[in-house]
Design a protein around this ligand. Structure first.
Ligand SMILES: Nc1ncnc2c1ncn2[C@@H]1O[C@H](COP(=O)(O)OP(=O)(O)OP(=O)(O)O)[C@@H](O)[C@H]1O
Length: 328
């Protein structure tokens, strides 16, 4: 006798679980909108199959030597979060819900994960460029010191010996004290630091104000011509009206252009003055224009011996030996 056909065709047993899970997922998709609107308050019943699936996933995680965590953006996982969290806890794992993301991990999880925060770009902290450069300068300085301590100079150079190197680097004849390549490295790093500091100053509000003033001086119009003339000639004569910027600006243009080309620390400038008082005043003014304390790149010497024919001339100096500068 022929059997009547069944009303429903059920899948075979191994497929049953998969089939039921599929049906549940379809149901969840239909209710997505409602879920999005009321996720916080809505305590939907959890899907047993999903939690079972997590049991399997978590045990794989525990066994894995390379994976540290599972990250899931699945809606159904968020809905089942409480159960997943309990499950993870029982298995000795940690879990956290970050907005729309469920994470289970072998290690304790923080309250906030920037990498899982979709809105993070809006919270970006903008550091002013001048501050950034200052930090870069300080960092570079620290690295210089660390590398020098670990490097060639004596092998066990401490801060004091590094300072000694930096001081002697300004000596007129450093070769007698230090190996040339070490000196070269010190000067290169110092040049980099000078460039960072110069840029930071120019981008700071006070630096911008000072630059505006300096640009208003007549000498500024001649800056490029002056630098070209210096590059092409051994000797040049410049004349200009009083207060146009011959004393304070021209040497600075040279130093600044050397600093920008990464050779700042290799550049020494000496500007003689007829009186000690003017040497001191100009040195102070120029260091203020550069946003530096007196005695940094700019200083003065009240008696400058050894300059031909000028036995006791005072001068203000860039990148020189300021050891006799009283104000330092
Ligand atoms: N100590 C200072 N404080 C404030 N501003 C200063 C100071 N020294 C110079 N300046 C400003 O910088 C400008 C340029 O001065 P600088 O001494 O470079 O000119 P100069 O061409 O060398 O003049 P001079 O021919 O008289 O020596 C001046 O016009 C002045 O406005």
């Amino acid at each position: 006798m022929a059997r009547s056909a069944p009303l429903y065709t059920l899948p075979s047993l191994p497929l049953l679980d998969w089939w039921l899970t599929g049906c549940l997922e379809m149901l969840e998709q239909f209710s997505d909108d409602e879920y999005e609107c009321d996720f916080e308050n809505h305590k939907a019943s959890s899907s047993v199959a999903n939690v079972d699936e997590w049991k399997w996933k978590l045990s794989l995680l525990l066994r894995s030597e390379t994976d540290q965590e599972i990250v899931s953006r699945d809606r159904k996982d968020r809905r089942d979060y409480e159960q997943i969290s309990n499950l993870a806890g029982r298995m000795g794992l940690y879990s956290e819900l970050y907005g729309k993301v469920v994470v289970a991990s072998k290690v304790p999880l923080p309250n906030y994960r920037p990498d899982l925060d979709d809105k993070r770009p809006q919270r970006e902290v903008v550091i002013p460029l001048s501050l950034q450069r200052r930090v870069e300068g300080l960092l570079q300085e620290h690295l210089d010191r660390t590398q020098l301590s670990a490097g060639k100079v004596g092998g066990n150079a401490d801060d004091a010996s590094i300072n000694k190197i930096e001081d002697t680097s300004q000596d007129e004849n450093p070769d007698s004290f230090l190996d040339r390549s070490v000196m070269e490295r010190v000067l290169q790093r110092r040049s980099l630091r000078m460039r960072n500091m110069q840029r930071a100053w120019r981008e700071s509000p006070e630096g911008r104000k000072m630059m505006d003033f300096r640009k208003s001086l007549p000498a500024f119009q001649e800056k490029e011509r002056l630098l070209q003339a210096i590059a092409r000639n051994q000797v040049i004569v410049i004349s200009g009206e009083t207060g146009c910027g011959k004393t304070t600006q021209l040497p600075q243009y040279i130093l600044e252009s050397e600093i920008e080309s990464g050779r700042g620390a290799f550049c020494s400038i000496i500007c003689t003055q007829p009186r000690r008082i003017s040497a001191m005043a100009v040195a102070e003014r120029v260091s203020a224009e550069r946003g530096e304390p007196l005695g940094e790149a700019v200083g003065y010497k009240v008696r400058l011996e050894g300059v031909k024919g000028k036995k006791h001339t005072s001068a203000f100096l860039y990148q020189w030996n300021f050891t006799s500068t009283p104000a330092k």
